[in-house]
Design a protein. Structure first.
Length: 465
């Protein structure tokens, strides 16, 4: 393809990004305060935001864009400790936007403010990936609302704080230090990325505070710490499933991989895929680093074609998704597309459109993958929309913490419960049990992009049967 044609395609993709993403995406996501008694230090973790500005139990909203007057008044009321007013305001705000998990968390916190409660934290990337943050919070909010509506954790309600870590390992570490120093915090859901989980995990380990990541898939997290768990399968499972599908189902043996050398997740998925393809009798002819300043989608696809590649594997992470979408556009459906779970986003459907149809992704969960589960129906009733795998696995992480708190509502008790051989809980994606490595022994789901109406983009992710 000529350089002129490449520029034209990329320009169209950018215009689509600005127009469609700005309009919102209902299916997936679009429609910090002091802990305890003023113990948060006024540190500067970066981005001109102190740690006090990064943590909230309702006293500030992290949701980007304008929020309703009712939600704004609720935030002001909870900051002023006018909890009855906050309850009324947040209730009104949810009627205006039932798909807002932050509001539901704040409402439940306001309801529990005058009584004893057990506190857990959510460490999410509102500042850099608000869509992922909202997806994760939907799962946490659903679990909190469910347990509090049924009487709490053996009669004690659950309080949830939100920490905005920007998916930044250094900020995640500083937040972890703050949470470790507050004895009220009994567990953490997060962080989101593998890099942040590995960085903050050292702090959680030294402070003996359990963190359960619903979204960190790097193989380095296995056996990393006896205080770091995850409800999402590791990249080993995703890579093995994709390689098996490529060689055995598609009968294709020659692939190239696009990845980000600066991302632990992306490196992990790439390496595991290369090994798995080799074990299946195939080969990965080339690896293209999306993070390089001189990366060219057109040149990379041209090289892959000359090498006889039949498959383009996109092991992109959030920071390199735009470049992966360039690869999709340049490819023009000529070579088969495979991808990891970070490519499972609204943006992929919106920008990839027809050129992405047929791409197969490995994800931990899909809302239509288990007809026997009642989670999809309950989540639709609560949010008025379908939820993503990030919501389901965040729900599972929160349910696991709740089950551990029911056994022993202390930090040591939570950790010992999760590691116990007889521990189990029922989550969105089935039974939750943890191996000694901190991993959850679970499979992944292959999904394919097809034309459809559910996402309101004209395209959907559907399970590969």
């Amino acid at each position: 393809m000529s350089q002129k044609n490449e520029i034209t395609i990329l320009a169209l993709a950018l215009l689509l990004t600005a127009g469609i993403v700005g309009g919102g995406f209902w299916w997936f996501s679009n429609n910090g305060a002091k802990i305890g008694n003023n113990i948060l230090p006024n540190q500067e973790p970066g981005n001109n935001s102190s740690l006090q500005d990064r943590i909230s139990f309702g006293e500030k909203s992290f949701t980007p864009g304008d929020i309703s007057a009712a939600k704004k008044e609720g935030v002001q009321a909870i900051a002023a400790k006018s909890y009855d007013k906050a309850i009324a305001n947040f209730t009104a705000a949810l009627k205006l936007n039932r798909n807002d998990p932050e509001t539901l968390i704040f409402l439940n916190n306001a309801r529990t403010a005058s009584s004893k409660s057990y506190t857990i934290m959510a460490s999410v990337p509102f500042g850099t990936d608000p869509n992922a943050a909202l997806e994760i919070l939907r799962g946490i909010a659903q679990a909190q609302n469910q347990v509090n509506s049924s009487g709490g954790v053996k009669g004690v309600p659950l309080r949830v704080g939100i920490a905005n870590d920007d998916d930044n390992p250094e900020i995640s570490k500083q937040i972890a230090s703050t949470l470790v120093s507050n004895s009220e915090v009994l567990g953490v859901v997060g962080p989101n990325t593998s890099d942040s989980t590995l960085a903050a995990g050292t702090i959680y380990t030294s402070g003996q505070l359990v963190a359960i990541s619903p979204t960190s898939t790097s193989v380095k997290i296995s056996n990393f710490s006896r205080y770091v768990f995850r409800t999402v399968p590791s990249d080993f499972m995703a890579a093995r499933t994709l390689a098996n599908y490529m060689v055995r189902t598609l009968q294709k043996k020659n692939a190239v991989v696009f990845f980000n050398s600066q991302s632990n997740y992306s490196q992990s998925l790439k390496s595991e895929f290369v090994s798995s393809v080799s074990l299946e009798g195939g080969q990965v002819a080339s690896e293209f680093d999306l993070s390089k300043a001189d990366f060219s989608a057109a040149k990379s696809v041209e090289q892959a074609t000359k090498q006889g590649a039949e498959v383009l594997m996109l092991a992109a992470n959030t920071e390199t998704l735009d470049k992966a979408l360039q690869v999709i556009q340049i490819n023009q459906k000529k070579l088969t597309l495979l991808a990891g779970d970070d490519v499972y986003t609204a943006k992929t459907l919106e920008i990839g459109r027809e050129q992405a149809v047929g791409m197969v992704l490995a994800v931990p969960w899909h809302i239509d993958s288990n007809p026997k589960s009642d989670f999809p129906q309950k989540s639709r009733q609560l949010w008025g929309a379908d939820v993503s795998w990030r919501s389901a696995l965040s729900y599972d992480a929160t349910v696991a913490l709740i089950a551990a708190l029911e056994r022993n509502p202390t930090r040591d008790g939570v950790q010992q419960a999760l590691l116990s051989s007889d521990f189990s809980a029922t989550g969105a994606s089935g039974t939750i049990r943890f191996l000694a490595s901190g991993d959850r022994n679970a499979s992944v789901q292959l999904v394919k992009i097809v034309p459809g109406s559910r996402s309101r983009t004209g395209y959907d992710f559907e399970p590969v049967r």
